[in-house]
Ligand binder design. Structure first.
Ligand SMILES: [Mg+2]
Length: 236
C-alpha cells in the first residue's frame, strides 16, 4: 500500500458480502470477523475519512451486523447514502410498491429452496440452496420488473428488484463529490456483477477496481482470492 499512497491519497469503496465477509447460505447467516468493525474504523482514520462501504444491503442491515460505526455507508445498491457523521446525502428513497413484495413472497412459498428477502427499498429472491431454480426465479423476477417498472439486479444466487437509478457507480460519484473524498484516487473493491458499475465509475476518477474471488468478466484491474486477502492488504 505504501507505493500506491506515494502517488497521492487513495479513497476506498468497499462492497460487503463476498468482499469483506464470506458469503453464507443466506444473508443473515454471515459471520462478521470480530475484528472487522475496529479494522474499518482504523482504515478510515488512516485515510482521513476516505472510506465508504457500498452494499446491496440496507444501511440499517449493515449497521445491525457492524454496529453503529462512524463510517460513510451506501446501502440498497446506492439508493441510500450516508456520510460518516450519519447525515444523509440526497433524499430518502421511496420503498417498493407493496404488491412486489407480496408477489415475491408467494413465489418463494411455492418454490422450496427459494428464500424471499424483504428489503426496505428492494425485494430479493435467493436460490443458493436450490440453484436449479435460477432460470425460474429470474424469469419470474423479470416479469414482475416489467409490470412494475423496476430494475432487475443479478447477483450470486440472488435476483433483486430495485428502483431505477440505484447503482454502485452513482454511489461512488456522489461520495467523490464530497469534500473528504474529492481529489483522491478511488479504489473500488467488490466481488459481484453489481460491483462492475463501481469498477467503471472509479476509472473515471483515475482509480481502479479490485475484484475479490473468481468472477471472470470484469473491468477491475486487480484480483484478490478471498475476503481474507483483502483483510490482510488493508490491515483490517
Ligand atoms: Mg458482494
Amino acid at each position: 500500500m505504501g507505493v500506491l499512497q506515494a502517488e497521492g491519497p487513495l479513497a476506498f469503496f468497499l462492497d460487503f458480502d463476498g468482499t469483506l465477509v464470506e458469503i453464507a447460505s443466506s444473508p443473515e447467516k454471515i459471520q462478521v470477523p470480530r475484528t472487522l468493525p475496529q479494522g474499518l474504523i482504523r482504515l478510515a482514520l488512516r485515510e482521513d475519512g476516505r472510506l465508504a462501504l457500498i452494499s446491496g444491503r440496507t444501511v440499517e442491515n449493515l449497521r445491525s451486523h457492524l454496529g453503529d460505526l462512524p463510517l460513510a455507508l451506501a446501502g440498497s445498491h446506492g439508493a441510500e447514502l450516508f456520510r460518516s457523521d450519519g447525515t444523509r446525502i440526497g433524499d430518502e428513497p421511496a420503498p417498493l410498491p407493496a404488491p412486489v413484495g407480496q408477489a415475491f413472497a408467494s413465489f418463494a412459498a411455492r418454490h422450496s429452496g427459494v428464500e424471499y428477502e424483504a428489503k426496505k427499498y428492494g425485494a430479493a429472491l435467493h436460490y443458493r440452496i436450490a440453484p436449479e431454480l435460477e432460470a425460474t426465479a429470474n424469469a419470474f423476477a423479470q416479469q414482475v420488473a416489467a409490470q412494475s417498472d423496476l430494475r432487475l439486479k443479478h447477483g450470486k444466487c440472488v435476483v433483486e428488484l430495485v428502483r431505477w437509478g440505484a447503482n454502485k457507480g452513482d454511489a461512488v460519484r456522489a461520495f467523490m463529490a464530497e469534500r473528504e473524498f474529492s481529489g483522491a484516487r478511488p479504489v473500488f473493491v467488490g466481488d459481484d456483477l453489481t460491483d462492475e458499475d463501481g469498477f467503471a465509475a472509479v476509472r473515471d476518477f483515475g482509480g481502479f477496481g479490485v475484484i475479490v474471488g473468481q468472477r471472470s468478466e470484469t473491468c477491475a484491474l486487480y484480483r484478490l482470492a478471498a475476503p481474507r486477502e483483502l483483510g490482510s492488504w488493508l490491515q483490517l
